[in-house]
Design a protein around this ligand. Structure first.
Ligand code: GSH
Length: 297
């Protein structure tokens, strides 16, 4: 295959994976009895991988972790017979399932305990919609991460090497500039996209707090949307630029409860102008709060 055809094939499989409509749900096959062998394909630091891991752990599933290197993971996944290059992925008694939304459905189908989706149809639809919405937040969070990583090597290193052995940490440190470049292209994490994502963040954060207030998120029993969304609030809280806009809001305690062990730190590296929508929103919220306090007196 010539280079441009190979690149196009990879691009296609990647887009198929990232486009939520393209995810192969692969949940209708007949499975007899409780699955015996579960393998979890991942690389540490990835937000979607963290969502996948939390769901496996929540269900109490016994699984073996296959830790990959970001970059080469793409070829390994395709070589292992997965449809696309993406992680997280699981192999359950030989059956391949890729992507957080496919994994949540497969786990619920095969392990009935601790359901990730409610049984009641309207409630189930609400969780499915929020989970899908959360995948967009996941994509936005990742783009912001790569915008920060292009500006500060330490940001990439602190998130992507936190759970690695010292030799792997050294390899990742050397490979970091190349991985950041490849991931920027693969995820379309341009500065323009990152700026748009930050402009949309105030409305997205409001939505999360509204869902927590409603009880759709952060209930006694967690659901698939919780694992999709809380992980990304935790990821955003790693950023010194963004954390102040989350601090003290309901979603802060929520993220600490659902996704408490996301490691890493992003310093103040994003251009100040990109944060203006968050500052404007914080100012509007503060003045609405002050007005409400005066009315109450
Ligand atoms: N939307 C997909 C995400 C797929 C995805 O982008 N996975 C990998 C790359 S294969 C990832 O998390 N990358 C994180 C990173 O590059 O930081 C899902 O929910 O599973």
């Amino acid at each position: 295959m010539d280079r441009s055809r190979a690149a196009a094939a990879l691009d296609f499989t990647y887009r198929q994976y990232q486009d939520t409509d393209g995810i192969s749900l692969a949940v209708n096959e007949e499975v007899v009895g409780l699955p015996a062998k579960v393998k979890f394909y991942m690389f540490p630091g990835s937000n979607s991988v963290y969502t996948g891991r939390l769901m496996l752990d929540y269900k109490g599933i016994d699984y073996k972790t296959v830790t990959l290197m970001p970059g080469p993971h793409a070829f390994i996944m395709l070589g292992l017979g997965f449809d696309t290059m993406g992680v997280p992925a699981v192999k359950i008694d030989g059956r391949r399932v890729q992507g957080t939304r496919a994994i949540s459905r497969a786990l619920d189908e095969l392990w009935l305990d601790r359901p990730l989706f409610p049984a009641e149809p309207a409630q189930r639809k609400a969780v499915e919609d929020a989970e899908r919405w959360g995948e967009e937040l996941q994509n936005a969070t990742r783009r912001i991460f790569y915008c920060a990583s292009r500006r500060d090597k330490a940001a990439f290193k602190s998130v992507m090497t936190a759970d690695r052995t010292p030799p792997m940490r050294a390899v990742l440190k050397v490979a970091a500039p190349l991985i950041v470049r490849l991931a920027t292209g693969a995820h379309r994490a341009t500065d323009a996209a990152g700026m748009d994502d930050l402009a949309m963040l105030p409305a997205r954060l409001d939505q999360i707090d509204a869902w927590i207030a409603e009880g759709l998120l952060g209930g006694e029993e967690l659901n698939a949307a919780d694992f999709q969304i809380a992980v990304n609030v935790s990821a955003l809280m790693m950023s010194e630029d963004i954390a102040p806009f989350i601090a003290g809001r309901p979603m802060e305690a929520y993220a600490q409860r659902v996704a408490p062990d996301y490691k890493g730190h992003l310093g103040k590296v994003l251009p100040s102008g990109w944060l203006q929508p968050l500052r404007d929103d914080a100012a509007a919220r503060a003045s609405a709060g002050a007005r409400a306090a005066v009315t109450a007196v």
